[in-house]
Design a protein around this ligand. Sequence first.
Ligand code: FAD
Length: 381
Amino acid sequence: MQDQYTYDYIIAGAGCAGLSLAVHLVQSGQFRDKKILLADRDSKQQNDRTWCFWEKEPGLFEELVYCQWEKAWFHGDGFSKLMDLAPYKYKLIRGIDFYNWCHALLRKQPNVRFVNGEISGMETNDTGASLLVNGVQYQSQYIFSSIRDGKPVLDKKDYYLLQHFKGRIIETAEPKFTPGEATLMDFRVGQEEGTTFVYVMPFSEKRALVEYTFFTENLLEPAAYDKLLDEYINTRLGISNYQTTEEEFGVIPMTNHRFPVQRGNIIYTGTAGGQTKASSGYTFRFIQKHAAAITQSLIRTGTPFNQPKNHRRKYRFYDSVLLHVLTHKLLPGDKIFTRLFKKNEPQRVLGFLDNETSLREEIGIISTLPTWPFLKAALRQ
Ligand SMILES: Cc1cc2nc3c(=O)[nH]c(=O)nc-3n(C[C@H](O)[C@H](O)[C@H](O)COP(=O)(O)OP(=O)(O)OC[C@H]3O[C@@H](n4cnc5c(N)ncnc54)[C@H](O)[C@@H]3O)c2cc1C
């Protein structure tokens, strides 16, 4: 096969996971002699999402952080608390800034190439793996793929909820927000559709992202999101005079389905590789941890398969239990999250949601939740 079609590593899907992995590889400085190809149908010119996440230390994308908060409100049924998140910071990165920054860095690398096109096939073979883009075949030692194949075929004990949300960036005429104080979850909204909350991320006194979020089995009619956002902004935030400058709509699968980690020389990354936390939908930080683990494994052993154990089974079990409770409506989501934040320090909850707690801490957290519904769900799992 001609040289231009053979690579050491192919990254199929250059979205969050694909670009993150390429940046981790390049920034390590250990792969200058490796030919890397990134393939995607989308050239990433749109601000199609914002990523929120929390971390203690500055990350690889620190200079892209658009805004960050050290304090955050939680509002539940009869309970409100302004939480000091230190040592965590809650950060927001805009999709377009991420795409532009990654493209600028990667396009400067002589060993990295992009191909823009439709990926229609991917096969593992004796010498590595092959990828079909716009009908052209590329061969490499490994393919790292974040291409999703629609909804997975579910097993009997698999749950599949949708986290769907609509957000608006609004600008108000009067100062209405307190910069530095985000609202992580506001459950003081109707819960008839299922677990429903709003978060508010103020960028300044007059500008904020307001997002309505649901964990349910089905989406709402498009107009319903707008009606609820109108109501929340008018009634809860007390804002009538404002302009919407940007909108965001998204759906993230919340499932305990076991996504394949690899198929021969194809390694799955991102949501396609199970990096979306089933009980929260958060993915960005898990993608970064996964990209770092793959990079380290390649450096140490020359293969991507020697990643440290991350107790996936334990966390999958916790996630499955929560999804069981929510799907079977054993307890409403607002009650669960209210208990979690009322009875535990926020740092502990954030660590738990990040899969970064010890067994002792986990037992402590679980003991603050109502025993019977969770025990019932745990036994079923
Ligand atoms: C609107 C939105 C907001 C989100 N906000 C957050 C958040 O705040 N915090 C958080 O942790 N997570 C968030 N997520 C979840 C998650 O972080 C993102 O979905 C993230 O982009 C997942 O990364 P990924 O690489 O798996 O998928 P993507 O970023 O979607 O990348 C997959 C890539 O594959 C390409 N592709 C797919 N099929 C083909 C094909 N056949 N041929 C060629 N290319 C193809 C796509 O064009 C895309 O670029 C959000 C998701 C959405 C949709």
